[in-house]
Every structure is written in structure tokens, then in C-alpha cells.
Design a protein around this ligand. Structure first.
Ligand SMILES: Nc1ncnc2c1ncn2[C@@H]1O[C@H](COP(=O)(O)OP(=O)(O)OP(=O)(O)O)[C@@H](O)[C@H]1O
Ligand SMILES: [Mg+2]
Length: 259
């Protein structure tokens, strides 16, 4: 069954149609790719799924329930988390605290108990610390826990964003260009890491990426956007061989991954 379904989703900004009549579903447990040229509407789709923007038309379903009009915090509570193309960390907090804040959202305690420093609060603080360090370890960031977030190179900041998204305990993880700015070795390493956490945390993953090696390595199913409309859809083989996709995005000289 599809964990997420978009039905005829359209978003207009004034005269600009950022995406038009987009329909697709992601079966639970899959890694799906969302690709296309700059300005194709990929990030807009993430902003619609996560409630950052409201839809102009269409519907979005999560596990069969209509989530079209839900707020971002309600969507997080349902199990949808994301990373941002433009990294959004608490820059002047430590790496650990960036994750700790996200873990904290999931372990409620009362404000009164916090003021009284009841034992339940102290044990909660320990649990938050323990969980946050586990997410950092999963992303290979343990050694940087005490560093300021903005002291990390961009590649590690993107991993920290993933750690923070995982701390929200999502079922559906949306990654917006996690390999941006990485060289081929770094992006290959990131692809392995995404596959590992996808399995380890029982996720369904929707991935926006311009690094085709990463997309072709990870995605069983790919949806191609161009100027806000669907250009093609299918498995990696089908999409890489599609003449429209080669012309509009991959380039006529594109060589298939693995060839
Ligand atoms: N808040 C906004 N207001 C006005 N126009 C917007 C807004 N957000 C996106 N757009 C427009 O919608 C179109 C799609 O943008 P979007 O950011 O979704 O593209 P993208 O596929 O993510 O591109 P890229 O690969 O460069 O990140 C663009 O023309 C963009 O200028
Ligand atoms: Mg984008």
C-alpha cells in the first residue's frame, strides 16, 4: 500500500505554475527519486507535502488519510520529516543540541514538572541525551557532538540535518538534495549511508537529487518533473532511456549508471 499519495496536485504562485496535475504514490518501504532541471517544481512538492505551502488544487494522502490541509507540526506528528535544500540548522548551537531539540519534541513532560526538577524530568533528560547521541552515531557525527553546527563543512551539516529529521521519528523521510556540493566519493558514501538508515529506521524515503549516481543507486522508482509537469516516471532503466528525459535533463551524452 502507498504510504503517500499525491492526486492531481497543483501549486500556483501568482502567474507561475510551480507544479501542475502531479499524481504519484510511494509504496511503504521504498526509496523513490524526484528529479528534474532547476525550477522544475521539486522543492515545491516537498513544501506541499510538509504543509509549508497550501495546495492550489489536488489532494495528498498519508496512509490513506487526507492530509491536504494539515499544518507542518501535525504532519511531523503523523511521521513526515524532511531536510532542506538550504540548510536550516540552529547555527550557533552545538551539533548535539540541534538533535536534542528534535528528540525533545517527541518525549513530552509537563512544564510544572520541569520547574520542580522532578525525577521524571531528570530521567527524561538522560533519555533525550542518549537518543540524540544514537542519531549522531548513525550519521557518523559522534566526534563532532560538541562543535558548533556552523563550524561543520556543508557535507556534515547536511548529515546533521538528516540526524535531526530522524530524531522526529518519521515514517516518511523527504531529502532535498542531500548530496549537494559533494564530490563523487562523498556522494557515493552518502548513498550508502541513506540506504543503511532507510533500512535501520524502517523508513519510506523520497529523494530529490541532481547527482544521478546517487539516484540510480538508491531509487527503485523515479518521477521526473520539467517545468512543473510530469516528464516521465518509472524505474531507473526506463527513465535513463527516455528520450524526453535525456533531452530535457540528463543530456544527450548521458551515460547510464553502471555502463
Ligand atoms: N514561494 C515562492 N514564490 C514564488 N515562486 C516560487 C516560490 N517557490 C517556488 N517558486 C517558483 O516555482 C518554480 C519551482 O521552484 P522549485 O523550488 O520547486 O524548483 P526545484 O525543482 O526545487 O529547483 P532546484 O533544482 O533549482 O532546487 C520556480 O519557478 C520557482 O521560482
Ligand atoms: Mg529545489
Amino acid at each position: 500500500m502507498d504510504i503517500l499519495r499525491l492526486e492531481a496536485v497543483t501549486k500556483r504562485f501568482g502567474g507561475i505554475v510551480a507544479c501542475k496535475d502531479i499524481s504519484f504514490g510511494i509504496p511503504e518501504g521504498r526509496i523513490m527519486g524526484l528529479i528534474g532541471p532547476n525550477g522544475a517544481g521539486k522543492t515545491t512538492i516537498f513544501n506541499l507535502i510538509t504543509g509549508v505551502y497550501s495546495l492550489t488544487a489536488g489532494r495528498i494522502y498519508f496512509r490513506g488519510a487526507d492530509i491536504t490541509r494539515l499544518r507542518p507540526d501535525e504532519l511531523v506528528a503523523l511521521g513526515i520529516a524532511r531536510t532542506f535544500q538550504n540548510i536550516r540548522l540552529f547555527r550557533n548551537l552545538t551539533v548535539l543540541d540541534n538533535v536534542r531539540i528534535a528528540v525533545d519534541r517527541n518525549l513530552p513532560y509537563s512544564f510544572g514538572a520541569a520547574l520542580a526538577r522532578l525525577p521524571s524530568v531528570l530521567s527524561k533528560e538522560r533519555a533525550v541525551y542518549r537518543q540524540a547521541t544514537e542519531y549522531l552515531a548513525a550519521l557518523g557525527l559522534s566526534g563532532r557532538a560538541g562543535d558548533r553546527a556552523d563550524s561543520l563543512p556543508y557535507g556534515l551539516q547536511r548529515k546533521l540535518e538528516i540526524a535531526r529529521a530522524l530524531a522526529l521519528k518519521p515514517k516518511l523521510l523527504l531529502l532535498d538534495e542531500p548530496a549537494a556540493g559533494m564530490n563523487p566519493e562523498e556522494s557515493a558514501e552518502l548513498a550508502r549511508l541513506i540506504r543503511r538508515i532507510h533500512g535501520e529506521f524502517g523508513l519510506t524515503t523520497l529523494l530529490i537529487e541532481h547527482h544521478m549516481d546517487v539516484v540510480m543507486e538508491l531509487c527503485e522508482q523515479i518521477y521526473v518533473l520539467n517545468f512543473g509537469v510530469k516528464l516521465a516516471e518509472g524505474d531507473a532503466e526506463t527513465v535513463q532511456g527516455n528520450p524526453d528525459v535525456l533531452r530535457a535533463y540528463l543530456g544527450e551524452g548521458y551515460k547510464r549508471a553502471g555502463n
